[in-house]
Design a protein around this ligand. Structure first.
Ligand code: 13P
Length: 248
């Protein structure tokens, strides 16, 4: 089963419109071929319009880092997925650990958001992963399986529209990457818990992916791409990681 590589740049709360424009101008000078890879950048909400406009004639897609599960209503401060669609957003990241930790995102919230996103035609990356303590206690497998089951309750696993990002929380922004063989083992477990569509679903890795370690991670059979934080903020390192995909 050939799964197409998926590379996402999760910019978190970095880069307003001006810096987004600078990044994209540099990205567009690169001749790296992404015709057979799915690549998106996920800037903050307010930078989405400029990103979409500047990337409209390219193979790069644009994603959002979050959305609300309702289409409209009295929800001060929330962003509707309908508005994201209207802008031309193609991907949305759901359940990132930073949203779970700092903003009280729950499995139930991820499930509701997933349902709405699929109904509206957005592609989704669902983030899952354990803390360092959970790993030490031997609970990593149990945690990711729970996150998957809870997110998918009542939803079809559509490999065209749903990808999972395994992001061990202890590896995010710490420079501590999971060893490729440990990540591979978790990806295998994740795929195994996705039922009969598991072989087709992309499971990408996130957590201190850098140009120097990307290739080894991406060479693992069950690692289908990367969700990149820090290294996606610099167009040069982002392009280097895409080039690593090309070598695999
Ligand atoms: P870093 O690449 O900065 O560790 O962040 C990973 C991440 O959280 C991607 O969603």
């Amino acid at each position: 089963m050939m799964r197409k590589f998926l590379i996402g740049g999760n910019w978190k709360m970095y880069k307003g419109a001006r810096e987004t424009e600078e990044f994209i101008n540099t990205l567009k000078t690169s001749k790296v071929d992404i015709s057979d890879i799915d690549v998106f950048i996920a800037p903050p909400f307010t930078s989405l319009p400029v990103a979409i406009e500047l990337l409209s004639n390219s193979n790069y897609a644009v994603g959002a880092q979050n959305m609300f599960w309702e289409e409209e209503g009295a929800y001060t401060g929330e962003i509707s997925p309908v508005f994201l669609k209207e802008l031309g957003v193609e991907w949305v990241i759901l359940g990132h650990s930073e949203r779970r930790i700092y903003f009280g995102e729950t499995d139930e919230g991820v499930r509701k958001k997933l349902k709405t996103a699929l109904r509206l035609g957005l592609n989704v990356v669902i983030c899952i992963g354990e803390t360092e303590k959970e790993r030490e206690e031997g609970k990593a497998e149990e945690i990711v399986k729970r996150e998957i089951i809870e997110a998918l309750k009542g939803a079809e696993v559509d490999p065209e529209r749903i990808a999972f990002a395994y992001e061990p929380i202890w590896a995010i922004g710490t420079g501590k990457t999971a060893r490729p063989e440990d990540a591979e083992e978790m990806h295998r477990i994740i795929r195994g818990s996705l039922g009969n569509k598991g072989e087709e679903v992309r499971v990408i890795y996130g957590g201190s992916v850098k140009p120097h370690n990307a290739e080894e991670l991406l060479r693992q059979d069950n690692i289908d791409g990367a969700l990149i934080g820090g290294a996606s903020l610099d167009p040069v390192s982002f392009i280097e990681i895409i080039e690593a995909v090309r070598r695999v």
